[in-house]
Design a protein around this ligand. Sequence first.
Ligand SMILES: Cc1cc2nc3c(=O)[nH]c(=O)nc-3n(C[C@H](O)[C@H](O)[C@H](O)COP(=O)(O)OP(=O)(O)OC[C@H]3O[C@@H](n4cnc5c(N)ncnc54)[C@H](O)[C@@H]3O)c2cc1C
Length: 408
Amino acid sequence: MKTDVQVVVVGGGIVGAAVLYWLAKLGWTDTLLIERRELTSGSTWHAAGNTTYFGPYAEMTRLFAGSIRTYLQAEQESGHSINFHQTGSLRVATTARERELFHRFESKYRTLDIPYHVVENDVIEKLHPCINTEGLFGAAHTPTDGHVDPSGATHALAKAARNYGAVVQRQCPVESINWDGQRWLLQTPSGDVRCVHVIMAASFWTRELLLPLGLNIPLYATEHHEMITESVPALVERQSEVPAYRDSYVSCAVRQEAQGFLAGIYETDPVFWALDGIPKDFREELLPPNTDRLMTHLEKLIHRLPAFGEVGIKTINNGPMCWTPDGLPLLGPIGENEGLWLASGFNVGIGTGGGSAEFLAHWIVNGKPNFELPIVHADRFGNDITQHDAIESIKACYRQGFRLPEQL
Ligand SMILES: Cc1cc2nc3c(=O)[nH]c(=O)nc-3n(C[C@H](O)[C@H](O)[C@H](O)COP(=O)(O)OP(=O)(O)OC[C@H]3O[C@@H](n4cnc5c(N)ncnc54)[C@H](O)[C@@H]3O)c2cc1C
């Protein structure tokens, strides 16, 4: 393994691979990505792959749009498929107030040059005939987003980065990170590595890896369920995929998966995983599902999407999902010594990973990001936040699901 490089990226999920790729695109190839097990061994392998734009922070849309662009670019350069399905997406309005808030986003999307329309119920029915529009107030429609294969995208990014000269070291857990007075020193079972910059893309593991440096990074994992149905007759009959659909009343995100549905649920009472520390023997396995917690959401979902209830559920996945107290990622420098950077805390890392990596790589290489986005700066929580306060904030965020804040 290389022992002396300019940059080490710790973690080979979609975010670490994307950072390695963007550094290479900007000309930095004396780089080494170190992954504990295999690429995607954290949350990335079991993600649904949604890269849908609409959310409460219009500023974040630039990261979403940058992500699809990044993955498509990496696919072209590497020849490795990312399996992008440009289905578009519908965020339905469950109240008149929601619809009013949707209109406020129109000018923001225009500025970003991203197609965005507030549509009526008849348009929803045309685009997605399975949705029961009774009681809805239309939807926000973004026709150019969709979903990718998270594993395909990670491998495309890593392969494209390798083609530029970057190196990926798998099966190599970083055991410690220290400042030796001049450079960063990382210890691994395959030997020590010294570098000028360390980029922490190790998701919820980042917290534990940086604790010995006196850094208190508020990163905790919740359990997160997704359900996949058997084939749905109404989808089998169609020539094209239905758009992804999100709903604040059900608190779910649903997209087509083959000829069935895949639904991710944001529970009202989130359950945390591994608060006392990530188990040392945790590899990348799923957590035991708990269907009781999903029942109220399921009932609402079947009301809105009756076809969901007409077939069986063939798979339920429960996986750990990384959170920060405000639900946004942590990007940028951290700590007192220069060269330590965070690219962690992603709960929609497929949606935002590619654009975030571009943002951070510009910051590292050029001394500033490619645009201003203070809401994601890594040091925004300070070093004194307690676990209790962080957990309470995360609960509120998770519970919020797809509801928009009253103040936009
Ligand atoms: C059920 C479910 C569905 C989801 N669906 C979506 C979705 O549709 N869209 C979306 O955008 N997001 C989704 N997510 C969230 C998404 O999975 C994550 O946001 C994303 O995968 C985070 O990527 P990451 O690279 O930050 O972290 P990870 O993928 O967790 O990667 C971190 C990597 O760091 C490595 N690592 C840890 N410690 C060390 C060490 N000491 N040394 C070396 N390497 C180390 C790990 O092995 C791992 O590979 C979903 C999550 C779940 C649980």
